[in-house]
Design a protein around this ligand. Structure first.
Ligand code: URA
Length: 435
């Protein structure tokens, strides 16, 4: 199969099923998975092949069925930096009457992973047993967990290998990875956030559109109604990136103590689609009002807390999140060395700076440091003077400058900023809707 794909041939459905079974039973090792991944990366897959790979991966473990008094909905992102939408939107949609069994991933390449973020909450179990997961979804309306042994296990292995072998940016592999988890979760509707721009796997709008169309059509073929929004990742979505740092931002968002406007815009846009898809709202205005009400009334924050406690976290987490979340050993501002107007960020480089600080992985199975990352990332359009803070580094070391990794991250941030002479406004955040 590796040779066939390397040489540009289409793979047969039964062979793909066999390969996926081999990944799960261990008879096919990481080297072969990596080689097939790279062959697919270069040669691509036809739509039937991609649908067959998706289906084999979705059925590599259990497929959940639900018997609940509301629609079973979910949102998934193709991966970004400072993208904590899932942490905010899951509880909001649950508070509107849906059930959200969200199977999420770990950081991938330069992007953050919702599971890594949630594991910064003491006691939170991202790998509960199936009964515990079902109970959490029923009681809290939302449970964000990882691929447990029995849910899309093939994706878990493929994902870990792709993370460290430069085989992430492939439309069929991303389609199969995302949809295998979503089909295994037994959803009634899905909304996809397909990122485009410097911090996305699909950098250009054309690539993002192709990925959105691939996901929407493979999902429809598998009986899962799906809509996709293409959103801009030319700067981090929230002004921070890093595991515990993003959980902190999510709690502030839910409780209203700090609500970043860009993050809010994407949360609402995805949430509106989801409520319409699930039949909970008739139109965008109605959906927006419902979502805002979950924030104003505290219902979304309450759902978030219920999810945390159902999955083993502290019962007073929302009230005392600052005390519970681990903090970095030292923080260091990165200051502008020239003046100008912030025209753009190389967002991928910012994500890699977080990885360099220890917040992501460079080897399969590596642990991550939940404390590190970036905050106060300056927004595109800001006027910058020499000495202004472009971002604050949160470092694992308390040596001067955060030690070697802190100094490397500082250099990466300075390298990632694009300053122009003229004021420039950021481009549109929400680019397209694909249904
Ligand atoms: N998210 C996933 O779950 N899989 C990918 O391949 C990319 C983003």
């Amino acid at each position: 199969m590796i040779r066939a794909k390397r040489d540009g041939m289409a793979l047969r459905e039964e062979d793909l099923r066999g390969f996926v079974a081999g990944m799960v039973d261990g008879s096919i090792g990481e080297a072969q998975v990596a080689a097939l991944g790279m062959a697919i990366y270069f040669q691509g897959m036809g739509s039937k092949e991609c649908a067959a790979l998706t289906s084999a991966m979705a059925h590599s473990g259990a497929v959940l069925e639900w018997d609940l008094d509301g629609p079973v909905l979910d949102k998934h992102s193709s991966g970004g930096v400072g993208d904590l939408v899932s942490l905010a939107l899951g509880p909001m949609v649950a508070a509107c009457g849906a059930y959200v069994p969200m199977i999420s991933g770990r950081g991938l390449g330069h992007t953050g992973g919702t599971l890594d973020k949630l594991e910064s909450i003491p006691g939170y179990r991202t790998m509960p047993g199936r009964d515990e997961f079902r109970r959490a979804v029923r009681r809290a309306g939302v449970a964000i967990i990882g691929q447990t042994d029995d849910l899309a296990p093939a994706d878990r292995m493929f994902y870990a290998v792709r993370d460290v072998t430069a085989t992430v940016e492939s439309i069929p592999l991303i389609t199969a990875s995302i949809l295998s988890k979503k089909l295994a979760a037994g959803l009634d509707g899905l909304v996809m956030d397909i990122k485009t721009g410097s911090g996305a796997f699909m950098v250009t709008s054309d690539q993002a559109r192709q990925l959105a169309e691939s996901i929407v059509s493979v999902a429809a073929g598998a009986g899962l109604p799906t809509a996709a929004l293409i959103t801009c990742m030319d700067e981090p979505l929230a002004p921070c990136a890093g595991n515990a740092l993003e959980v902190r931002e999510a709690v502030r968002y839910l409780t209203g103590t700090k609500r970043d406007p860009r993050l809010h815009q994407v949360v609402l846009a995805l949430g509106m689609r989801l409520l319409i898809l699930g039949g909970l709202a008739a139109d965008e205005d109605g959906a927006r009002a419902m979502l805002e009400q979950t924030l104003d009334s505290g219902a979304a924050a309450e759902r978030f807390l219920r999810m945390v406690t159902e999955l083993g976290g502290p019962p007073d987490f929302v009230e005392h999140f600052d005390a519970y979340l681990p903090a970095a050993r030292s923080t260091w501002p990165v200051r502008a060395q020239t003046e100008g107007f912030l025209a753009a960020w190389d967002t991928r480089a910012l994500g890699m700076a977080v990885v360099a600080l220890g917040g992501g992985r460079t080897r399969v199975g590596q642990g991550v440091d939940h404390t590190v990352g970036l905050t106060s990332i300056a927004r595109v359009g800001t006027e910058v003077r020499v000495g202004d803070v472009l971002a604050v580094l949160h470092c694992a070391s308390d040596e001067e400058g955060g030690g070697a990794s802190g100094r490397a991250a500082r250099a990466a941030v300075l390298d990632a900023v694009r300053l122009g002479l003229e004021p420039s406004a950021p481009g549109p955040l929400i680019r397209e809707l694909i249904t």
